[in-house]
Design a protein around this ligand. Sequence first.
Ligand code: 5GP
Length: 115
Amino acid sequence: MSETSIFTRIYAGEIPSEIIAETENAFAIRDIHPQAPVHLLVIPKTEEYRNVVELAAGDPDLLGELIGLANTLAAEHADGDFRLIFNTGPHAGQTVFHVHAHVLAGGLEEKTLGA
Ligand code: 5GP
C-alpha cells in the first residue's frame, strides 16, 4: 500500500476518532456514518491486509482476534447479537483498503440482508 490508510492515521491520532476498544493487534472505532443503532469498525493495527480474504490467508489468528473483539463489543454496546460485514472489493462497497469488519447491532430483526 502506497499511502497510509485512514484507519492507521486514526489509530496514530492524526485524525480524531475515539478508540473505543483495543486488543494486542486490533482496535475499534464508531463508524462516522452509522447504518445501524450500533455500528462499529474493528480493525487490525497492521494495514498489511487489504481485505478479509488476504487476512484469512495471511494471518487467521488475527482474523479470529477481530471476531473476538466484535463479540465483546456487541455484548458491551448491545445485547450480544451482531452482524459482521467485510465489504470485499469496490463493487461490494469497500472504500477503505485496510481490512476492517463492520459490527452492526441493536434491533436488526426487521432488517433483512441488503436492506
Ligand atoms: P468500507 O466502505 O470500506 O466497507 O467501510 C469504510 C467505513 O469507514 C465506512 O462505513 C465509513 O463511514 C467509515 N469511515 C470513513 N472515514 C472515516 C473516519 O474518518 N472516521 C470514522 N470513524 N469512520 C470513517
